[in-house]
Design a protein around this ligand. Structure first.
Ligand SMILES: Cc1ncc(COP(=O)(O)O)c(C=O)c1O
Length: 301
């Protein structure tokens, strides 16, 4: 990879903003994973884009559905978060990755691969092939240090074809005259130290333990609540044994001091919620499981 292919940004968010503002035009149609974190962002609406939901299964986005969306709406770009996806924690399977990049290439749909959780696998030595590696030309790759150093560091990057990177860099220059030197110095210091590798390995162990703490607590204290076992990242995608969930239900949970993110903020109507375990301890996990169980029992009476 050449250095001219890399644009350092103020987090993944700025990379997404630059792409939507500079490479797309109002009324363009885009496809985004459903569910996904992208629904919680207003930047797609601000760019005047038409947003179409691309359904997923356990292996990732369904490529057949992408073909149908393309033929109906002329999809101009597709946004995915294929590794430890926010909110489901899913990893797109290797077979689906190949099928997906091939389909996008055939239909001439550029892919935006948003990958802030990529370094956060729980299995040491696990290798997940980024989409960017499978189709260098057609994928714009976004990385971030937010999930490994903290989101206030505001440093991320985009990797793409040189011409695209130049265009986005020019737009960024108009916006902010270039990124502040301080987060770049910090990133340079951290990334070039041997201790960085140890930090990532520690994070793997801590996150795996915290995921287990939460899933064990749910299994013990809220056995009817279903979830997908996390293999990386921060999130647990939970299915409540209810038909539907209303906004008032989330308010009720909040009154019990349990903050969950409702599925509808991620673009799905199902009875799903996202729990984050990145900061959880044993007592918090048990309390969360008991609150969810009491909530469910109260509603099903
Ligand atoms: C999937 C995904 N993409 C992008 C971002 C934004 O990351 P950053 O803090 O680097 O702007 C987040 C933050 O939570 C995220 O979950």
């Amino acid at each position: 990879m050449k250095t001219e292919q890399i644009l350092v940004t103020s987090g993944a968010q700025q990379a997404l903003f630059l792409i939507t503002q500079c490479l797309l035009a109002p009324f363009d149609a885009i496809a985004i994973e459903a569910p996904s974190y992208f629904y919680s962002l207003s930047l797609f609406q601000s760019a005047g884009l038409r947003i179409f939901a691309l359904p997923m299964d356990e292996e990732g986005v369904k490529t057949e559905e992408l073909k149908q969306l393309y033929h109906k709406h002329r999809i101009k770009m597709v946004f995915v978060n294929p590794t430890f996806q926010n909110p489901t924690g899913r990893v797109m399977s290797e077979a689906r990755r190949l099928e997906f990049v091939q389909t996008c290439s055939e239909l001439h749909i550029p892919i935006v691969e948003d990958d802030p959780f990529g370094p956060l696998t729980y299995k040491s030595g696990q290798s997940i092939t980024p989409l960017k590696k499978l189709d260098e030309e057609n994928v714009l790759y976004i990385g971030s240090l937010s999930k490994v150093l903290g989101s206030t560091t505001r440093i991320g990057f985009l990797v793409g074809p040189v011409a695209v990177v130049r265009r986005l860099a020019a737009a960024r220059q108009e916006m902010d005259f270039g990124l502040s030197i301080f987060p770049q110095v910090l990133a340079n210091q951290v990334l070039s130290r041997k201790a960085y590798k140890t930090h990532i390995q520690n994070l793997h162990v801590i996150l795996m333990e915290r995921a287990k703490t939460l899933t064990d607590a749910l299994t013990t204290y809220a056995p009817e609540i279903l979830f997908e076992k996390p293999v990386g990242g921060f999130h647990l995608w939970v299915e409540l044994p209810l038909e539907t969930i209303q906004k008032s239900d989330f308010d009720a949970l909040l009154r019990e001091k349990l903050l969950v993110v409702p599925g509808y903020l991620f673009g799905v109507k199902e009875n799903k919620i996202r729990l984050s375990f990145a900061q959880i301890n044993q007592d918090m996990a048990v309390a969360a499981a008991k609150i969810l169980q009491a909530f469910y029992e109260g509603l099903s009476k």
